[in-house]
Design a protein around this ligand. Structure first.
Ligand code: DC
Length: 220
């Protein structure tokens, strides 16, 4: 199992993070939250007064931030230039800026390199939008999680605070940009298993993914 890569993609609030962490913890694998890396890059741009809606301005600074991801599923970390950014990357400002920053090809290229370096020889669950399609297209297990927008907003609002209607609007706005961008849009990768998590508990979804991983291991 140590060389395994499990790719988990889907929109915000589909249950990706909780599922990915739970699967990694149960199977003794590492865990990488690539969304946190895009958020970290966005946070750095905002702190350095870069206009996040100006792709050329973002591209010009992309090599500067040092983004470090800790991969323990029980306590994942994200540092930017040595600073703990785990709380700051969940702010409204970052929520509003992260989709345009993520659409900049130079940002994606820089983070792709970092993501592949962390994945290394595997033993990891990786969550994002383009993991099964671009980052790790050879992953033996690819999952695409979805949930209806109302359920996603209720989950996100419960995690992050805020009201459900505003959260739902912000989720749908990000979905539109994430799915519509030219470079590595959110898509269901070839060979991905689609799980609509709406009617299931977190534990049921984790068990389903663990069973898929064990099935893939048995066939390998
Ligand atoms: O998973 P999340 O909501 O924390 O992701 C934040 C943003 O990062 C999301 O709006 C799109 C972007 N993202 C991406 O473009 N590619 C990834 N692999 C992961 C996230």
């Amino acid at each position: 199992m140590s060389s395994l890569v499990v790719a988990i993609d889907g929109p915000s609030g589909s249950g990706k993070s909780s599922t990915s962490r739970g699967v990694a913890a149960r199977l003794g694998l590492r865990y990488l939250d690539t969304g946190a890396m895009f958020r970290a890059m966005t946070w750095w741009m905002l702190r350095h007064d870069v206009d996040v809606h100006d792709p050329a301005a973002v591209a010009a600074r992309v090599a500067e931030p040092l983004v470090e991801s800790g991969t323990d599923p029980l306590g994942p970390t994200i540092h930017v230039d040595g600073l703990d950014a785990s709380v700051a990357i969940r702010s409204d400002e970052v929520n509003a800026g992260v989709s345009p920053v993520s659409a900049v090809p130079e940002v994606r290229a820089r983070l792709l390199e970092l993501q592949r370096a962390i994945i290394g020889d595997g033993g990891i669950v990786v969550e994002g939008r383009d993991i099964g399609s671009v980052v790790a297209p050879d992953a033996p297990v690819k999952i695409y999680l979805s949930a209806d927008p109302q359920a996603r907003a209720v989950r996100r609002a419960a995690e992050a605070g805020g009201d459900v209607a505003t959260t739902q609007e912000s989720l749908l706005a990000r979905d539109r940009i994430d799915s519509g961008r030219t470079t590595a849009p959110l898509v269901m990768a070839d060979g991905a298993v689609h799980i609509d998590t709406t009617p299931y508990t977190l534990d049921q979804v984790i068990s389903r993914v663990v069973a898929l991983v064990e099935g893939a291991e048995a066939r390998a």
